[in-house]
Design a protein around this ligand. Structure first.
Ligand code: SAH
Length: 360
């Protein structure tokens, strides 16, 4: 069981526009001979419009732009790779400075299904570099946890996503376990809420659902939707599929979800990765329906995205449809999330490990 805030501090680096508080940015700008309102403009341009180059911030004095670029970079990360799928899904592999092991994470920009709809995209962000939870079907925890992401490094993923295009929603479902880096996740989401305009209903945080942590934060009514990765109705199997939760009774996780609903007034979504021949039988669907009966919640079924050597398989469309139907017939609200941009490395964390483990 992972009981502590895992991972160390990110090492101190030369600072950036996004790493400073608005007051600190104003002070730096004044030191560079600019006015405090210029600082506000720069922060707004970066956060609201995803402008990551002072040269394009035309509201700033021309002479100051070059100086700012040299003195106070906007971003700290390097874009290592960018993969754009046929449907516009864009996966960014970002590397943050500091530490002995490379701090690379993935951020995925997922456009609306109907591009012409004009609706914005969903951005999937990472909360940690690596992950200590080590679910055997997931690529993110393969090499354990490297370190926590700082709040500004999480915000930076949003700015890079905004640079790709408009954002309508966001899910903290990339690499990492957000409740094990909660202080930084919540500080970042405050910026995303207040300065990037993504409201509470537009942001979802996905967790394996540590009950005591959920109970601690629920009274603050955090401004996001909660998703809990359940993956199976059977205790023994959950202990294997979500190793960090070994020994935590499923009923306790569900009770913490009930309390969350009561305290925040927002329904919980239970996520369920469908693994062929493992947790996708008719019996699993029936037992899941029993567990969740009379609870106001949604089940989100996620057909497994293959991860090399994981030993797990992707269910067929028919298998997924049957599982879904069994839940619906038993009165549950259930949805299926087919991943986008599936051609290569769709599973989150895949791109990162492939980069770190060069082909033999
Ligand atoms: N640690 C958090 C958030 C990150 S993962 C959590 O576990 O909820 C977001 C979701 O994607 C989780 O439900 C996770 O189990 C699921 N997931 C991980 N690897 C996957 C894969 N290869 N295919 C499909 N879903 C996967």
């Amino acid at each position: 069981m992972v009981s502590n805030e895992a991972g160390g501090e990110a090492p101190k680096q030369a600072t950036t526009l996004l790493a400073l508080s608005p007051a600190e940015v104003a002070q730096r700008f004044v030191e560079l001979g600019l006015k405090p309102f210029h600082a506000r403009i720069a922060r707004k341009e970066a956060l609201e419009r995803g402008i990551t180059d002072y040269a394009r911030m035309t509201a700033l004095p021309l002479a100051a732009r070059e100086r700012l670029a040299a003195e106070l970079p906007i971003l700290s990360s390097v874009e290592v790779e960018r993969h754009k799928a046929w449907d516009g899904t864009t996966k960014l592999l970002l590397s943050f400075p500091g530490g002995a092991r490379p701090a690379t994470v993935e951020t995925v920009y997922i456009p609306p299904r109907e591009l012409a709809s004009g609706k914005g995209a969903t951005l999937c962000v990472s909360s940690q570099v690596g992950c200590p939870v080590a679910c055997p079907f997931c690529a993110s925890g393969r090499a354990g946890l490297v370190r926590n992401l700082e709040a500004h490094e999480i915000v930076e993923q949003y700015v890079r996503g905004r640079e790709v295009g408009a954002l309508a929603r966001s899910v903290v479902m990339g690499i990492g376990e957000p409740l094990l880096n909660y202080a930084n996740v919540s500080a970042a989401l405050a910026v995303v809420h207040d300065e990037m305009g993504l409201g509470s209903r537009k942001v979802t945080v996905s967790t394996v659902g540590f009950p005591e942590r959920l109970r601690r934060i629920a009274p603050d009514k955090p401004r996001f939707q909660l998703a809990i990765s359940l993956h199976t109705p059977d205790q023994e199997q959950r202990d294997e599929l979500v190793p960090a939760m070994k020994g935590v009774p499923i009923e306790e996780v569900l009770a913490a979800g009930d309390d969350w609903f009561e305290q925040t007034g927002r329904e919980v979504t239970y996520e369920y990765v469908l693994l062929a021949g493992c947790n996708d039988s008719f019996g699993h669907a029936e037992r899941l329906a029993q567990r969740l009966a009379r609870r106001r919640c949604t089940v989100n079924l996620i057909p497994f995205n293959p991860v090399d050597d994981s030993g797990f398989g992707r269910p067929t469309e028919l298998g997924v449809a049957r599982f879904h139907q069994t839940l619906v017939e038993r009165g549950l609200v259930a949805t299926v999330r087919w991943s986008r941009g599936v051609e290569n490395d769709a599973a989150c964390g895949q791109l990162r490990i492939r980069r770190q483990e060069p082909a033999q």
